[in-house]
Design a protein around this ligand. Sequence first.
Ligand code: PEP
Ligand code: MG
Length: 325
Amino acid sequence: KKEQLQLLSSVDAVTKDGFSFRLAANMNSLKELDTALHHGADGVGLFRTEFLYMDRQDFPTEEEQFQIYRQAAERMAGAPVVIRTLDIGGDKQLEYFPLAEEENPVLGYRGIRITLDRTELLHTQLRAILRASKHGQMKILYPMISSVDELKQANAVLKQCMEELDGRGIPYDRDIEAGIMIEVPAAAMIADMLAKECDFFSIGTNDLVQYVLAVDRMNEQIASMYQPFHPAVLRMLRTTVDAAKEAGIPVSVCGELAGDERAIPLWLELGVNQLSMSPLSLLRVKHRILNTAAASAQQEAKACFTLSSSTDIEDRLSRFALAQP
Ligand code: PEP
Ligand code: MG
């Protein structure tokens, strides 16, 4: 079975009736690049840069970051590498950067909120990404965006970084794209407004589910309430994807749901054709796509969008997935 799946690494992810997907890899460390390449990833859809900042005594320098981003860009040989700016806070802490105790860390000082407050962190990281952009196809991704103002602030920092590099005569990709994570319900609800200020969306279902349902993604006591197939989540996905289509910008999904084969009919019905997932899920999801007929999957998803119970939706999608070869 494993050997058979491996044969799919160089095959395109296309449904039986010709709907094609781009399957990219999520990366939590540089080591995962090997697995991603081995499993035929169409680029890196989400490079979680937190690991670069962990298990050390101080923030990584611009040079250190540049070397790592450059390696990722070069090894992906022209396929896009989406670098997400530092997303600490919430459950992720750095020893050398103590954060104040918070009553609700997940609703607190985290992600872009930190890097827009401590802009030197964003400057250093964006300069490193820009410098690496000469060595492949890089894109920038901002986490935890919840307003147009935040996005404009981040874009202003990016512009300053470009001017600094221009001043130093350092080359970079002037057309580099900057996109945002859609993982806060507010962002999904104003996706049409945000789409005017960025180049792409990446839907982070892990946090989106947590925030839409008010269910802590780490709390085991309410784990059964953490329901990615909840109708409210499906509606948020639809609102976001429709806004992206209307604005003519690409949208991909990079949360855990992207690696769940049962969700494929939803992507086909919504018109999402880019997914980013753990490198270990790539071939399994591709195998399922190859065995899916988009037309019947879309019918199935249409029915799911009318159901009011997440359990019913999940059951229906599970049965549909099991019925495929
Ligand atoms: C998400 O929230 O869905 C996501 C992909 O980011 P992370 O899991 O790193 O919070
Ligand atoms: Mg997230």
